[in-house]
Design a binder for this molecule. Sequence first.
Ligand SMILES: NC(=O)c1ccc[n+]([C@@H]2O[C@H](COP(=O)([O-])OP(=O)(O)OC[C@H]3O[C@@H](n4cnc5c(N)ncnc54)[C@H](O)[C@@H]3O)[C@@H](O)[C@H]2O)c1
Length: 422
Amino acid sequence: MRIVVCGLGYVGVTVAACMLRKGATVIGVDVNPQKVEIANEGHSPVKESGVDETFSRARAENRLTAATTLGSALADADVVVACVGTPSREDGSLELSYVSSVSEEIGTAVRQRSAKCRPLLCVFRSTMLPGTMETVVMPKLSAAAGEPAGQRYEPVYNPEFMRESTAITDYFNPPKIVVGERFPGAAQDLHGMYDGIDAPVFKVPFAVAEMAKYVDNYFHALKVSFANEIARLALTSAINPRDVIRIFLSDTKLNVSPYYLRPGNAFGGSCLPKDVRALSAFGKKHGLEVPLLQNVIASNTAHKSFIARLVLAHAPRGARILQMGLTFKPDTDDLRESPLVELAATLLERGYDLCLFEPDLKPEQLIGANLAFANAHLARLPELLVADFARAAARADLIVLGKAMPGVRLPSGKQFLNLYRL
Ligand SMILES: NC(=O)c1ccc[n+]([C@@H]2O[C@H](COP(=O)([O-])OP(=O)(O)OC[C@H]3O[C@@H](n4cnc5c(N)ncnc54)[C@H](O)[C@@H]3O)[C@@H](O)[C@H]2O)c1
């Protein structure tokens, strides 16, 4: 296989080294002449474990060359991999000029390839915001190539999940392989770039792949910040953060697991909102800045508004809505701080003809704080509850699924909105 790698930074040298280890011939291209010179001397332009040895062996075997421009490098290449930088601009937004230029350069080189060549696989590995393939890369490629993708070239987005310093090992042992493509099957098998690698493969539209990369990095940053805020809180109270985190990490059922990580409705109930507020207040009392913890309630409130707007967008004012579920989760009659109670109240306020189906609730048995919450937020609760689901569903314009109700058969031909699995 003949591979051209554009951008000899941390990602580019890793891709080049891994492809060389798989037996490919590689041409590395970088606008920085110093990096090109170093690669041509058989060394890695950046410090990355294993690259130097691979480059020096490949140079000796005549399988690695580097240049400052694409020139005719793409004439007989099978794959070009773009690994150019996407740094932050001063305002935090993404600098896409390198991606834009390299797309144009690749497109121009495609135009010069013989029409007999099979389509050139153009793999983009830079981290780019959702929509970049559609709005920057594809237009630049097609304008420069003089034709749309398909016949002579095929763009693919294949984000990189390596960690610097263990990048080569990570390439051959990835947690997953994500391939963004124009349509299902367009990327084929990436010309064997991942052959022999045991990892789940996700072939998805461009924007999903673009976002998947950011979600990972954001989550990693969130985890570090969360652990550090917990540590700051602990240290303020002379508690050993390591003792606390050891207990937290031992729980792979609810903590370090997919639990609480599936998008759905806001959190509620008698514990989470109360305890989040309390720990936040504890931090404030000790004069600590823990912005992540202190903004969790604000994030949840924003989500409640988003959910309400979603429902409003699905039904015109005055429409008949059947909301399934009112308690904060299935199999409990706890209404305290249930986002579904707040949603019902909002829908009534907005003039909808609302009825509620909630098999977990018997209004005549509501007592204590549960009753107080219902009275404060949904005084008309008893008259809104319906017992005959089939009848209420038949007359509803929209059925809102607030929580899972596995025993209930949903009618066909109705408009549904699922809030517990977005
Ligand atoms: N470094 C990482 O660990 C890592 C991991 C995953 C993803 N990424 C993403 O991969 C991309 C590259 O990251 P990096 O750390 O390798 O960047 P880098 O800055 O180390 O390297 C980018 C290289 O691209 C070169 N370049 C710019 N324009 C070019 C062009 N038109 N033609 C050829 N070369 C060109 C630059 O001279 C530079 O050497 C970024 O989008 C980054 O966010 C990085």
